[in-house]
Design a protein. Structure first.
Length: 223
């Protein structure tokens, strides 16, 4: 489990294909501290297992990315020199600075706009219909492993207001319209939908009554 607070931007040193999997070698520094073979590191929001570690002088680690990750995420398009957002797995004593991020990518989102207004930078992405229902204004999503707050939501277009620290500490400063980003929606909303037997059309008063709710409509907001 991760928080979506990126620790550093690493660089892909090499990508080697082996049929339906690929070995990624990533140059890093911060995330290597205390890391052992078998530990998890989020690479652009995708949870990966460290399979090899080089000497501290070389400063690299390797992961073996399997077919499902190559198909469902942007890891399959990485090349030598690609910048990647890196975060080590959350420890029990760590501060939860972002939100709960599993490193299990829901879909790939395309950047529709990046614009600057004064000191503010706005990032807009187009989210697939099936995932848009888990997004709400002021809610959290992870893009390329970065915990972000949705400032505005219009249909399937989610817009985030990026702070300078996020642009500086992640790969977002190099992104442009048309680029693809790994999307992970908030897991809490997906669990709630599953437990309530919720359908995409929205929760109704009839469904609430079936679940035992006996209150009135006042004060209850439904989609």
């Amino acid at each position: 489990m991760f928080t979506g607070i990126i620790e550093e931007v690493g660089r892909v040193l090499s990508v080697t294909g082996f049929g339906d999997k690929a070995r990624l070698v990533v140059r890093a520094a911060v995330v290597l501290a205390g890391t052992k073979i078998g530990d998890s590191i989020s690479i652009d929001g995708v949870c990966q297992t460290v399979t090899a570690l080089d000497s501290p002088e070389k400063g690299t680690f390797s992961v073996d990315t399997l077919g499902e990750s190559l198909k469902k995420t942007t890891l399959g398009s990485l090349r030598a020199g690609s910048p990647v957002n890196l975060e080590r797995a959350l420890q029990p004593h760590s501060r939860m600075g972002g939100h709960i991020v599993q490193g299990h990518v829901s879909a790939v989102a395309r950047i529709s706009e990046m614009r600057t207004a004064g000191h503010n930078v706005y990032l807009s992405v187009e989210i697939p219909d099936v995932d848009a229902r888990y997004c709400v204004r002021e809610g959290s999503i992870a893009l390329d492993g970065i915990s972000l707050t949705i400032a505005d939501l219009k249909g399937t277009i989610a817009t985030m207001n990026l702070i300078p620290a996020t642009l500086k500490a992640t790969s977002l400063g190099a992104k442009k319209p048309g680029d693809l980003m790994n999307l992970e929606t908030d897991i809490i909303g997906r669990y709630v939908e599953k437990l309530l037997g919720q359908k995409p059309a929205g929760l109704t008063f009839e469904r609430l009554r079936d679940l035992g709710y006996t209150g009135g409509a006042a004060g209850v907001g439904l989609a």
